[in-house]
Write a protein that binds this ligand. Sequence first.
Ligand code: ZN
Ligand code: ZN
Length: 354
Amino acid sequence: MRTAGRVARLRERFDELKVDAVVVSSEANVRYLTGFSGEGWAVIDGETTLVTDGRYTLRAEREAPGLQVVCRNGSMRDVVVDRLKRGGATRVGFEADHLTVNARNDLKRGLRGIGLVPLAALQRAARMIKDAREVKLLRQAIAATDAAFGAVCKDLAPGMTEVDLALEIERQLRLAGADGAGFPSIVAGGPNSADPHAEPGRRKLRLTDNVKLDFGGVLQGYHADLTRTVFLREPTRKQREIYSVVREAQRRAIAACQPGVLGKDVDAAARDTIREAGYGEAFSHGLGHGVGLEIHEGPGLGHTSQDVLQPGMLITVEPGIYLKGWGGVRLEDIVLITPKGCEVLTKAPKLDLG
Ligand code: ZN
Ligand code: ZN
């Protein structure tokens, strides 16, 4: 089974983590380590046990064949505690950035003499580097997202609301082969596009708008992420100017994407370009992030990121300029870090404004 190697690599780290068992509770890590996509926890010591409930029994058998699956009737806590005790655990790691304080305290009461060890960012480093199957799924999710963008652009017209467009995006993602939208689509027209994470509303698109679309399909848990800013007619001088700066910032950042480079240095390539053009204050977020089983995962591409780029990483490169009252422009592509540099996986067209 393909996840067995991942569990084996985690077990190899038990000494370093000072644990002899781990309780995995986050959806993405459970999926990464067991293949199971429903709700449940995994207990890993010498063996791996998936604890879920009756809603997911069939799915667990299908997605995690060969694993011990326990279908709980009572509380998750009771089943997990019982399982850990039977396994002889003495120090149990848990996901510190996922388990709630209440759930952790509850577990602690059940485990009594057994130590609970908070583990931060469990599997973050492992999940940053994608294997061949993951890259293939991400390529497919990205291709479906590109296709949905092409289809949506054909219908784009003044008078549509942002909500109309968001619905159409989600429909087109499924038609293009994605399992659905991986996160709530951002559709922002005119002044709304000045808000980097705007939610689609009832405002009707106008001929003069910047229309910022940020969306992505998900395929077997793997997330694509695409941003394009489009215009409904010939862009004005100001629209052209801002778009060109963002596009150049993105171009320089992508040129900086190579193995061995720090996340913060890729961020700086884009940020310096925008600052030199006089819009430094208007680029108000980090340059990008890893994508995978979560829409935002490691590595980070912010201005303080010490993450080192390595072959097999997939990252977004998404500079933007946001001017309150006027609007915003963002462009976002996904690149795969390769042994020699990078490959841009996103194929959705951009405007060439010279
Ligand atoms: Zn995005
Ligand atoms: Zn993104």
